[in-house]
Structure formats: C-alpha cells, structure tokens
Design a binder for this molecule. Structure first.
Ligand code: ASP
Length: 367
C-alpha cells in the first residue's frame, strides 16, 4: 500500500505556475541560445540522497546509510567535472529513495522547472537512490516541459565501497547534461555507461551495478566520460511530453498497487478502497489477470468510481485491452507497457485531469 503525504497548496501552485510560465520561455529560447552559448555548459546538480551519497559505518562492511554525503563531496569525488561544465549544486533532500514521497517530488519538480526556465542553465542532473529512481524520472518527464537535458543518476555502491561507481556515473550524467545533442530526448537515466529513457528504464537487480535496463527497448545512448556519446535512438522516440501540471492541486490522488498471485482474494483491493484510493493498479499475473475473486473486487471498485488499471508483474510485454479480461465490460483501463509502479505514477497524474475510464485509457495511450 502506498503512503501519500499532502502537498502544501502554496508549493503545488508555485510548481504549476513555474511549469506554466516555462512554456512561454521554451517557445522563444531556440533563437536566442546559439550566439550566446558560453565555452562551458552550465549544469545544476539537484541532490536527493540515495546510495550514491551513502556511507558505510566501517570500510568494507555490507550495510550503509543512504543520503549521508553532501553534494559537494559527490562533486569532489568525481575529478574533472569542472572541465565538462560549470557546476552548481543544491540539496533537495537527503533520503534513501525507498522513502521518496510527494513532498520531495513537488519540491524537486518546482526547482527543476525554475532552473530549466533560466537562460543561464543548460542542463540538470538529479542524484537519487536507485530503488524508486525510475518512478521519479518518469514523473519528472511527465511534468517538466523543456528541451534541456535532465539526467537522473544513482549508484548501487555507497561512496565508501570498493569500486564505488557513483563518481563515474555522476561524471557521465554531467557530460550528458552538458551535451547539446542530449536536448529534446526526454528525461534520461544514467548508470553503468548507459543512458536510458525514463519511460522505459527499470531496475532489475538487487545489488549488481548492471541493474538498469530499458525494458523491451534499446538504451538511448552509450556514454563514456563524455567522449563520443553514441546515441542509439532518434530523439523524437523518447522526447518528454510534459503533459501534466499540478495547478490548484494540494495533494496528488492516492493510487495503490495490488499484487496478484495464486489463491488471491479481494482483501487487498477492498483495503485500498477503504483507505481512500482513487485508483488501483493491478500488478497482474501474465497479461494483467488475477483470480476471479480479485477481478470481482476490482470490478466492484470500478463500479464505485475507482479507476482500475491492469498492469502485469511479468516484467515485460504489453497489457492490451480486452484480450484475457474484458475491459469494456468490467470498466478497466489497460496499462499497456507500463510496469505497475510507472502505471501508478501516470494514473495519479491522469486522475488530476479526469476519472473517466475512456479518457484515462487515452492518457495511457499518449504517455
Ligand atoms: N535504498 C537505496 C535507495 O534507493 C538504494 C540505492 O540507492 O541504490 O536510496
């Protein structure tokens, strides 16, 4: 079950205003930029914590504390960054990303929108824990409207670990954020010498440095310390749509994920409804399916006005409408190729526009 913290109305409105005002700036920026471009790109790092900023209690020990190292130390640990870009940093939060929450998301989105609108900023890097990195990256891609590169980066090994890969990931992230060829490619995630699109990236391994993959897709780029970045996909393929803002919203709607399995009953669905969920994502078996008992509970929830999105626990593939489950009849939305955690992010934003099932299905087709 998810936890939802209310977001301050003032903060939410400020985000919306910032995002909205950027649209105008973005429309005029392309003509102004080339002549005024400085020798070095100007990149801002927004730090949120995570293992990339983690320290072990004692060198060589397996346990560690996430988000303990400041942004300055992160930058110092990656010598040569100053040759890539003029760097500024700001600490947004210092948390393990298992604790990521709406308060930090809104603060981060507001700051990112402000910076992207500034003519003296060429790109952003967000440092983040790897656990929920794909959710934050997808969220940012949905709410930010800018062509400038936004690169989210984490690491699997804490900063004090043998072969900590945080410094090289950070170096690659700054190189990408500084690269004009990275513009217009949507929010990117950098890890282990690869850049992935936020829409497709997924964490696949608990501890390995090769944990992020682009599910069912090619990565966006191979990156190597800023030299000869090889872009593997056309920019338009991963460009962010920035379809959402949070105007007038003081909290994002609660959406819970229920997990299907052998002998599952309707209890988790009913608990979600009782907790006030406005939407439920089914992490279904196979093609987004579940036991009759669970499907019956979801049908009752949908009838009561809760928007139900069918996704899958399988890890790849597309959940299409009306294949094994009759979405038309039961009033469900098909989650397509979004995994449950990303379907949840999109459903929360979609519900801020509409709770009409057809409209929400259309939003899923478009994002
Ligand atoms: N639990 C950590 C986090 O997500 C793991 C990591 O960063 O790799 O913050």
């Amino acid at each position: 079950m998810s936890r939802t913290r209310p977001v301050s109305p003032v903060l939410a409105t400020a985000v919306a205003l910032t995002v909205a005002s950027f649209v105008v700036v973005a429309a005029v920026a392309p003509q102004a930029t080339p002549a005024a471009a400085p020798a070095l790109a100007r990149v801002v790092i927004l730090a949120t914590g995570g293992t990339i900023a983690g320290v072990q209690p004692k060198e060589g020990e397996a346990g560690y504390r996430s988000g303990a190292v400041s942004i300055d130390s992160l930058v110092r640990a990656a010598p040569g960054l100053e040759k890539l870009a003029t760097i500024k940093g700001e600490q947004i939060a210092s948390i393990g990303s298992q604790d990521m929450n709406d308060f930090v998301w809104v603060k981060l989105a507001k700051k990112a929108a402000e910076l992207l609108a500034a003519p003296d900023v060429d790109g952003l890097v967000v440092t983040h824990g790897t656990d929920t990195l794909e959710e934050t990256a997808y969220f940012l891609g949905l709410v930010l409207q800018s062509d400038k590169p936004v690169v989210v980066v984490g690491s699997m090994r804490p900063s004090t670990e043998l072969s900590a890969e945080g410094p090289s990931n950070l170096y690659n992230a700054v190189a990408l954020a500084a690269d004009p060829a990275a513009r217009g490619r949507g929010v990117l995630v950098v890890a282990n010498d690869l850049a992935h699109a936020a829409r497709f990236v997924v964490k696949t391994n608990t501890t390995s440095v090769q944990t992020f993959v682009s599910a069912g897709r090619s990565p966006v780029a191979e990156v190597l310390k800023g030299t000869k970045t090889a872009y593997l996909l056309p920019a338009a393929f991963t460009a962010s749509k920035g379809h959402f803002n949070t105007t007038g919203i003081d909290a994002m709607p609660r959406v819970d994920i229920v997990y299907a399995h052998e002998n599952a009953d309707g209890a988790p669905v009913n608990a979600a409804v009782a907790a006030g969920a406005k939407g439920i994502v089914l992490a279904g078996v196979g093609d987004g399916n579940a036991t009759k008992a669970m499907i019956d509970a979801l049908t009752a929830a949908a009838k009561a006005g809760v928007v139900v999105v069918r996704s899958t626990r399988v890890g790849s593939g597309i959940v299409r409408r009306n294949i094994e489950v009759n979405d038309d009849q039961l009033g469900f939305v098909a989650g397509l190729d979004l995994n449950p955690q990303k379907a949840r992010v999109l459903l929360r934003l979609a519900l801020m526009k509409s709770n009409d099932v057809q409209k929400v299905q259309q939003i899923f087709e478009e994002n």
